[in-house]
Design a protein around this ligand. Sequence first.
Ligand code: MG
Length: 349
Amino acid sequence: MSFTTLKTMNFVFVRVETRDGLVGWGEAACLGGPTWSEESAESVAATIERYIAPWLIGREATQIEALRVEMSRRVQGNPFARAAIEMALWDLNGRALGVPVHRLLGGRARDRVPLSWSLAVADPAAEVDEAREKVARGHRIFKIKTAAHPLAEDVRRIEAIRAAVGPGVSLRVDANQGWDRATALKAIRAITPYDLDFVEQPLPRWDLEGMAELGRRVDVPLMADESCFSPHDALAIARLGGVGILGLKITKSAGLLGTMAIARIAEAAGLGCYVGCMIETSLGTAAYLQVALAATPVTWGCELFGPLLLAGDVTREPVRYADGAILALDGPGLGVDVDEAALKQWIRH
Ligand code: MG
């Protein structure tokens, strides 16, 4: 990505147990510290242990909405920490009722979600090979990470990848806030000939006006990821215009309810949605997938490929993929079962 190269991931796992022994799980995945946003595994763990768990114990687990509101009053910011708790409550409620979480969100709008694969290899020849090999295995969507290299190099990479995959494959670009206004305008104009679906977060997350202005000056749709954490952000983006797609992530939006609220704002504003990831295990991926299955505005697919990149996993069965898509889960709760022995292997001592 524009700001870091990832070799390891840090996770916080949340286990909520009811008096009658039912268990729900949640997860917060952090990109090797406070790199993508302010939160880290350490801050998430401290926030939960010190400021959420003490008051949550003994409360009514079926009241997810009321608990969400109270949690947001007791803990400002820290959406990853709050999301991990809310995820566990949804898992718990789905298991108590014997239904998958997407049923509680309105039911499945789709049976599978097209999967985007990210290309971000330091060696341009290697990423072209990777794209070719993935196309041969059924992948039809790629996201090219940019802004870590000079613009001319990024343009050459995009040109080479388009030439390798041909016209029928969907290409997107993600700058992860790596450009300023002038560079972004120049960059997007330079890459427009390569038929891109969208350019993700070209500008710093605080520059909503810049995103709106840029969106009116280029012919490629813009997607807001780091700029769109909360429903408030989504509303501000929708009002300013210029952005066509909102990136959904349960962690940045403090839970499934906040994420579904953003999808509703997108629907009302005529915007599409895409489900991003923070490289979750099959547990966190399953939670994101429940939203991707239920939220109708998710017309741009997802990048729920975390389990394909990680060296290990924490569930008995991983999430499943086929033909360039991630497949629906129909088990109760989040639809995956945590293997506590497997999880223990990855605990930091
Ligand atoms: Mg992104």
